[in-house]
Design a protein around this ligand. Structure first.
Ligand code: EPU
Length: 424
């Protein structure tokens, strides 16, 4: 079993380059099967979710080549196959093959997806969208079988602005007959990136990034390329770290507009930073002010930044209230912050943090991807040694986290049970 070991307290200075966005790449990779030719995807992050999706592509008889951050996918010999349980369950994003295979073959068999245990995570809105386009969905336990004689464009209003449902319905609609309008669509920057990829292939999608997306179905999609946008959540994680322990720490290769809500919140909290077109430079703030945060759908203060932010709240002077509105189970990491010395009272989706409190290293667990990132941040600011277990959650979504942090001065390593050192 691998563990992350951190000796906390080092000031961090230098530059952390941000990788391609996980949540964009994990949809763009399945979308590549929508064309019958080769796609070139640049700036793909080196994360285990990428590898799990490539395994599914191989199962479907696609050829892939990976050279650094360039992933080429040749789907000219694509075959439709049932995606087995172990591949479906490896990550959340396996469900993007539902929309993509439905679009391509009008038939899909796969299981309910996996992903972090941060809530119930139903996929009813995706299914409602497929059915509106003309598909019939049979659910037997965790096995989903989706068939359509043909897919026809229609008007769909989402019950909630779900990221996954917006993307999956775009995939299913892109080759449907006629026009589809998705109302109450999610507006995430990643959705614009994915729609751009599809349009580069010949799709006719307008409105991505707003709450109304219009899709005119086309018959054929062709070879193309795309660059994955920078990961705004990875950027946010390191910016929050910089506010606690940075010494002119530069977070670069970012699109600052994607993290406006975070930057505005940091300003309220007294944190000083400099922003230019592609970077944020930030140093430790000694008088962080407490604040109140309520998570919102993008472009509000997004849920994925909440857990890293909860570490900064432990260093803020006064009482901070935090309300999580998207996931019902995203506070699992709080008990470990308290074990390290924080003073956080929490209900299921609300917490009250009284600060500042020094943190002390101890053994903690990565409860999920962003909860794990929060443990890394806490370990880096704590006095003494922190050991983090269940780190596979962190490696699913943070490219080269150990190397990036070591390069700016952190004392952090991955160790396995046999005491072999691994650099990631
Ligand atoms: N929901 C339903 N039914 C559905 C779909 C969603 O009830 O059919 C509910 C969910 O249970 C949740 C809310 O709607 O309460 C939002 O779910 P959404 O579909 O937007 O989430 P997702 O697509 O499963 C993506 C990201 C998450 C991020 C959310 C923000 C990916 C692979 N995951 O999840 O990212 O928190 O959007 O809405 O893109 C992360 O990066 O750490 C992460 C969890």
């Amino acid at each position: 079993m691998k563990k992350i070991i951190i000796n906390g307290g080092n000031k961090l200075s230098g530059t952390i380059p941000i990788s391609g966005a996980k949540n964009s790449a994990v949809a763009i990779i399945p979308a590549a099967i929508l064309c019958d030719e080769q796609s070139s995807i640049y700036n793909v992050p080196n994360i285990s979710d990428r590898d799990a999706l490539i395994d599914i592509l191989h199962l479907l008889n696609c050829e892939t080549s990976l050279n650094g951050d360039l992933l080429k996918i040749d789907s000219s010999k694509l075959e439709n196959k049932k995606i087995p349980l172990e591949l479906s369950k490896k990550m959340r994003a396996s469900y993007y093959f539902m929309g993509a295979l439905l679009s391509k073959f009008k038939h899909v068999e796969m299981y309910f997806p996996g992903g972090c245990n941060i809530g119930k995570r139903p996929i009813d809105i995706h299914i409602k969208g497929f059915e509106a386009l003309g598909a019939k969905v049979k659910i037997k336990g965790d096995l989903y079988t989706i068939d359509a004689k043909e897919l026809n464009g229609t008007n769909i209003t989402l019950d909630f602005a779900s990221v996954g449902a917006t993307i999956n319905i775009m995939f299913a609609a892109v080759k449907a007959k006629g026009k589809t309008i998705i109302r109450n669509a999610a507006r995430e920057a990643e959705i614009v990136n994915i729609a751009t990829f599809l349009n580069n292939m010949g799709a006719k999608i307008t409105g991505a990034g707003t709450s109304i997306i219009r899709i005119e179905g086309v018959e054929h999609l062709h070879r193309t390329m795309i660059e994955v946008i920078p990961d705004r959540i990875e950027a946010a994680t390191y910016i929050i770290l910089g506010a606690m322990i940075g010494d002119n720490l530069k977070i670069e290769n970012i699109i600052p507009e994607h993290i406006d809500a975070l930057l505005s919140k940091l300003k309220d909290m007294n944190v000083k930073y400099e922003v230019d077109e592609t970077s944020v430079t930030i140093s430790k703030c000694d008088n962080v002010k407490s604040t109140n945060i309520r998570t919102e759908v993008y472009p509000g203060f997004v849920t994925d930044m909440g857990q890293p932010m909860s570490v900064l709240l432990t260093q803020a002077h006064g009482v901070s209230l935090f309300e999580e509105t998207i996931w019902e189970n995203r506070m699992g990491h709080v008990k470990y912050l308290n074990k390290m010395g924080a003073n956080i009272k929490n209900g299921n989706t609300n917490s009250v943090t009284i600060g500042p409190t020094p943190l002390y290293g101890c053994e903690v667990e990565a409860t999920d991807l962003r909860g794990g990132a929060a443990m890394v941040l806490a370990g880096l600011i704590a006095e003494g040694t922190t050991t983090i277990t269940s780190i596979e959650h962190i490696l699913r979504g943070y490219d080269s986290i150990i190397t990036k942090l070591k390069n700016v001065g952190a004392d952090i390593k991955i160790e396995d049970d046999e005491k072999d050192l691994v650099n990631m």
